[in-house]
Design a protein around this ligand. Structure first.
Ligand SMILES: [Zn+2]
Length: 213
């Protein structure tokens, strides 16, 4: 599997992924596009860019990378003046989790699966921040001007929730719903195939409108 992501500036992104231990595998450049294949420990990431750049909304979670020594990676990133936010020690990253932004502003998570014997016992975790994909998505909606939508989910007796909506969810059947964080959480856990939708206005309908007389 090769994970592909579009970036605005291949060279800026190359420098970022090299800090994370990736090395160039191959690359190419043309007048209106460039690509760079990177690898680390058998994992491949393909960066692509276009001129002019594509308008891509920032993603609440682009990649999650695991490392054997999170402190070492955080040290390399810090030395390069990349801001590293510690996110405590969730069950899937007992050795620690950290959040960074890639050069395009997408969130990238770094984790260490197991605590190493050299690490002191974790003094958190009640007070340390935990990463929440929903909260990240809600923050991006807010950063783009927010929404006045009201949560469209009712309770079991169909009484409206009435809380302010924070994220838009969608499914492969084409249904969408604005939801408060609590209801978004419930839908994501209950409905297989539901996902956090971009709130961009231009969707498939916009594309099709250009193809119809
Ligand atoms: Zn609600």
């Amino acid at each position: 599997m090769v994970a592909v992501t579009y970036v605005r500036d291949i060279d800026a992104s190359r420098a970022f992924y090299e800090l994370l231990g990736f090395h160039e595998h191959s690359s190419g450049r043309a007048d209106t596009s460039a690509w760079l294949a990177l690898h680390r420990d058998g994992h491949h990431v393909l960066l692509a860019s276009t001129r002019p750049p594509l308008e891509i909304p920032r993603l609440p979670l682009l990649f999650y990378f695991f490392f054997d020594d999170l402190d070492a990676v955080a040290g390399v990133l810090g030395a390069a003046r990349v801001e590293v936010t510690r996110m405590g020690h969730p069950p899937h990253a007992l050795g620690g989790e950290a959040k960074v932004l890639d050069p395009d502003g997408n969130t990238v998570l770094l984790g260490q699966r197991e605590r190493s014997p050299a690490q002191p016992p974790a003094a958190d975790d009640e007070t340390s921040p935990r990463f929440s994909l929903l909260k990240e998505a809600a923050a991006l909606v807010e950063a783009r001007g927010g929404t006045t939508a009201v949560c469209q989910v009712g309770d079991a007796r169909a009484a409206p929730c009435g809380k302010r909506a924070e994220v838009k969810l969608a499914d492969a059947a084409g249904d969408t719903v604005w939801a408060c964080l609590a209801h978004a959480d419930e839908i994501l856990v209950t409905v297989p195939g539901s996902f956090i939708a971009s709130q961009d206005e231009q969707g498939i309908a916009w594309f099709l409108s250009g193809r119809r007389g």
